[in-house]
Design a protein around this ligand. Structure first.
Ligand SMILES: C[S@@+](CC[C@H](N)C(=O)[O-])C[C@H]1O[C@@H](n2cnc3c(N)ncnc32)[C@H](O)[C@@H]1O
Length: 212
């Protein structure tokens, strides 16, 4: 079992300036889909290969994984995809704020690190401030997809999303859950969960028209 990286450690508080979309993608006018905590990036490489109508950005706090993913992306000539190393809670907000309104087409958080202990819950990646910044640049109808095999993690993400003004709250947590993966490509953790018979919770939120 790998040791999780503590995103609140001093080292990960330094803001990394992320390259602008013009410097990342061949056609920077396309909507951007962000995979937060992409790890080895296999899911995103398959997704970007099948869909040239969007740009894809995979982010992870583990630099070695991102370096390997970036090398593989270059070998596969995927010019609508980039992988960047950063602590998303620290370095992503300024980058997102520089985007045009509606430029963010999709956000995915799949099997985030669970941080089971109550005192560690604040290390979980989906927190209200970053969600607010992300949602502010999503277009009406844009998708925010979350999945986890840990019910407590899933419920904490649903709580954050339900409180956000850019998404309509569900009357019950159960109502938000969907049965199958809307993208028909599994992440590595998803494959592990499926192979080991773990229950997977999935929910798809749609950005409302607030502020647009
Ligand atoms: C359990 S793995 C899931 C990987 C992949 N999404 C999957 O489903 O197979 C969670 C990933 O999120 C990354 N991560 C955790 N906190 C992060 C943060 N604050 N910023 C960026 N990445 C983070 C971890 O390094 C790890 O690779």
């Amino acid at each position: 079992m790998r040791q999780h990286v503590n995103p609140l450690s001093t080292f990960f508080q330094e803001v990394r300036e992320l390259p602008k979309p013009d410097d990342l993608f061949e056609n920077s006018d396309l909507p951007i889909c962000i995979d937060i905590g992409c790890a080895k990036g296999k899911f995103l490489m398959d997704y970007a290969f099948l869909d040239s109508k969007n740009n894809y950005l995979g982010l992870d706090i583990r630099q070695k994984m991102i370096d390997r993913a970036e090398n593989e992306r270059v070998e596969r000539c995927l010019n609508n995809l980039r992988f960047l190393f950063c602590n998303v809670n620290v370095s992503l907000p300024p980058w997102i704020k520089s985007l045009k309104n509606g430029q963010l087409g999709k956000v995915l958080i799949q099997f985030p690190d669970p941080w089971f202990k109550k005192r560690h819950n604040k290390r979980r990646v989906l927190q209200a401030p970053i969600l607010d910044v992300l949602a502010s640049k999503m277009n009406s109808g844009a998708e925010f997809f979350i999945q986890s095999d840990v019910l407590d993690v899933m419920n904490s993400m649903i709580d954050v999303l339900d409180l956000n003004k850019y998404f309509d709250p569900s009357s019950s947590k159960k109502q938000k859950l969907i049965k199958s993966n809307p993208y028909n490509i599994s992440t590595e953790r998803e494959l592990y969960a499926l192979q080991n018979g773990l229950h997977i919770y999935k929910a798809l939120y749609i950005r409302n028209s607030f502020g647009l």
